[in-house]
Design a protein around this ligand. Structure first.
Ligand code: GDP
Ligand code: MG
Ligand code: K
Length: 297
């Protein structure tokens, strides 16, 4: 059964918040597994997306943005990102073509100096700049680290993404197929469901609710042809609870409707989603609460 020419391995995606890591992962895997938003630090856990062809399998690790920790949740995110780098065969370092190299990029570059795996520089969002502006961006980074290769890409539109994937596959060692071909993530569905709900909270409440939201899946039950999911949205203050619920429950209803559609798409099943909102002051600084909300080491 084993194909001796099969290539496989683990690849981490690092980059400062909002450069497009989750967008890239979703494009490659072709299914919505890592949540996307225009707010930084949306991704808090390692999410493995699995890309399988008949000759190869790449297991992608979408790391939380590496940044200077501000609280216990920040510590967790940082450790989670750095530990991911020790387990991989290659690293994709993604930067934003529309911004200058900044402190956030430099912080990551410093971390990557200790990583002895091939590092690929991805210049993302080239759809937003003119071709003439690509070289000057590369110039800003080319001496920062020893890059195996440089790829200007658009994670959003797909430019150069297939070429990059071909290169990565060729460079990966011979190895086994770690996951079944139809498996796109090894995360428990529970986690992905909570991320889909959290994404809607962030999207719909915009400025009002910062990163003080967690979503806990209380239960998932199969009832005849539908899945009944009970979830609690955790916020830090009463005012935030009011915003999430909205006038007469209108906001919570919107969040629920959009999240349900995404969950149904992912699960291929009809879903009944029951949402609750709970205030838990300072949950981000309480280790036991972090644990119970799923941010485990
Ligand atoms: P992450 O924090 O690195 O995971 O970034 P996300 O994938 O969540 O993307 C952050 C924002 O950048 C979202 O609004 C994306 O739609 C946008 N974005 C990502 N990739 C591209 C791209 O190639 N081109 C453009 N124009 N926008 C992009
Ligand atoms: Mg992300
Ligand atoms: K983001």
């Amino acid at each position: 059964m084993d194909n001796p020419d099969f290539h496989s391995g683990f690849i981490a995606i690092v980059g400062r918040p909002n450069v497009g890591k989750s967008t890239f992962l979703n494009r490659v895997i072709g299914q919505k597994i890592a949540i996307m938003s225009d707010k930084p630090q949306t991704t808090r856990n390692k999410i493995q997306g699995v890309y399988t062809t008949k000759d190869a399998q790449i297991v992608f690790i979408d790391t939380p943005g590496i940044h200077k920790p501000q609280n216990k949740l920040g510590d967790f995110m940082m450790e989670s990102a750095l530990s991911a780098l020790k387990e991989v065969d290659a690293v994709l370092f993604m930067v934003n073509a529309t911004e200058h190299r900044g402190a956030g990029d430099n912080f990551i570059i410093d971390q990557l100096k200790n990583v002895d795996k091939p590092i690929y520089l991805l210049i993302n969002k080239i759809d937003e700049i003119s071709p003439d502006d690509i070289m000057p961006i590369i110039e800003q980074y080319k001496n920062a680290l020893e890059f195996k290769d440089v790829y200007p890409i658009s994670a959003l539109q797909g430019n150069n993404v297939p070429e990059l994937i071909d290169t990565l596959i060729k460079e990966l060692p011979n190895g086994p197929q770690y996951y079944p071909a139809d498996e796109v993530t090894d995360h428990p569905e529970r986690f992905v469901i909570s991320e889909l709900i959290r994404e809607k909270v962030l999207e719909l409440t915009r400025q009002e609710i910062p990163h003080s939201t967690a979503v806990v899946i209380e239960s998932i039950k199969t009832e005849e042809s539908l899945l009944r999911i009970r979830a609690t949205i955790i916020v830090e203050r009463d005012g935030q609870k009011g915003i999430v619920i909205g006038k007469g429950g209108s906001m919570l209803k919107k969040i629920g409707t959009l999240a349900r559609k995404d969950i149904e798409n992912m699960m291929g099943n009809k879903v009944f989603l029951e949402l609750w909102v709970k205030v838990e002051p300072h949950w981000r600084d309480k280790a036991n609460l972090l644990n119970s909300y799923g941010y485990r080491k």
